[in-house]
Design a binder for this molecule. Structure first.
Ligand code: SIN
Ligand code: FE2
Length: 222
């Protein structure tokens, strides 16, 4: 089928104060990002973590960076070592860092310096229930979230769990950035629909870059 948008330039869709979607921003680098992700997963494999409530997450996860996000029966933590390998998480690949930087600049966060990248893998039916990201020291620093592979519906609400939700389809190469006023807005991913993507097969992947350490705390994100 003729793809009328194959050569289209990325475009931006404002989402909320401090938040924007950079449509197809990562598309031209997607294949290289996917390869780099596979190299990370060869060192620290995808695993299904267990929440403090004892629930096994449907999303499989791994990390790269000086800090990696993990959950177990004791709670949510950022740690320097992977509990599965007992080694440091692999470093953030230069290609990841470059994409994240370019996206952050485009979204109005030129000073963002992530030290943690969580990698999520969604198989059919996998979802992420509505939640806030609040395990980081600076809750105005942005989150840069890159979607690869199968599309999924992203829910984006407000500061309260019951606030009305926007529902947006995130597609291959889309990047969502949220910080400042909307940094603590509730969000989630609806159960993945079955499909096959030319690059990622039956999966959707998501990279989320965060500033999880204290090094850059108090940088001015006003
Ligand atoms: C997240 O909320 O951390 C990830 C969202 C996504 O998979 O797009
Ligand atoms: Fe999140």
């Amino acid at each position: 089928m003729l793809d009328l948008f194959a050569d289209a330039e990325p475009w931006q869709e404002p989402l909320a104060p401090g938040a924007t979607i950079l449509r197809r921003f990562a598309l031209s680098r997607a294949a290289a990002l996917f390869d780099a992700m596979a190299s990370v997963a060869a060192i620290s494999p995808f695993r299904h973590m267990v929440t403090p409530g004892g629930h096994t997450m449907s999303v499989a996860m791994t990390n790269c960076g000086t800090l990696g996000w993990a959950t177990d029966a004791r709670g949510y933590v950022y740690a320097e070592t992977d509990p599965v390998t007992d080694k440091l998480w692999p470093p953030i690949p230069p290609l990841f860092a470059a994409l994240c930087h370019d996206a952050a600049v485009e979204a109005g966060y030129p000073d963002f310096q992530p030290d943690a990248c969580l990698i999520n893998r969604y198989a059919v039916g996998a979802k992420l229930s509505l939640h806030q990201d609040k395990d980081e020291p600076d809750l105005r620093a942005p989150i840069v979230s890159v979607s690869l592979g199968l599309p999924a519906i992203f829910q984006f609400g407000g500061l309260r769990r019951n606030d009305p939700l926007q529902r947006l389809m995130l597609e291959h190469g889309d990047v969502v950035v949220w910080g400042r006023e909307s940094r603590l807005f509730y969000h989630g991913i609806q159960p993945l629909k079955p499909g096959v993507h030319p690059l990622t097969g039956e999966f959707r992947y998501n990279l989320t870059f965060r500033q999880a350490g204290m090094a850059n705390k108090n940088k001015n994100y006003s």
